[in-house]
Design a binder for this molecule. Structure first.
Ligand code: CA
Ligand code: CA
Length: 120
């Protein structure tokens, strides 16, 4: 892990990892929320085990586990409901990432959403 010699990723490094710069406030919040869902012990860092757990969820997780993760990601205020504002935010952010988002982030997000463009 040359990009992360300490073995722990901060939120800032997490954004760098995906090549994210100059994000709108909504996108910034979304990425922070994503980081928080992976920071399982809530110490403000994503350590190697958390990274492995995140990858394993994204790549090999069962549908139900992924849905739970997405719910946590989208329920920004953690009140157990995804309200209208949170939903609008998701749409806005996904549109923004579609336009300016780095390929690796889109890949990361789309892998488990099954949102790849259909091939005809
Ligand atoms: Ca952590
Ligand atoms: Ca909510």
């Amino acid at each position: 892990m040359t990009e992360c010699p300490s073995g722990q990723l901060t939120q800032h490094e997490f954004k760098q990892f995906f090549g994210l710069k100059n994000l709108s406030p909504a996108s910034n919040q979304y990425i922070e929320q994503m980081f928080n869902t992976f920071d399982f012990n809530k110490d403000g860092y994503m350590d190697f085990m958390e990274y492995v757990a995140a990858l394993s969820l994204v790549l090999k997780g069962k549908v139900e586990q992924k849905l739970r993760w997405y719910f946590k990601l989208y329920d920004v205020d953690g009140n157990g409901c995804i309200d209208r504002g949170e939903l609008l935010n998701i749409i806005k952010v996904r549109q923004e990432f579609k336009l300016i988002g780095p390929v690796n982030l889109m890949h990361f997000l789309n892998i488990d959403m099954g949102l790849k463009e259909p091939k005809y």
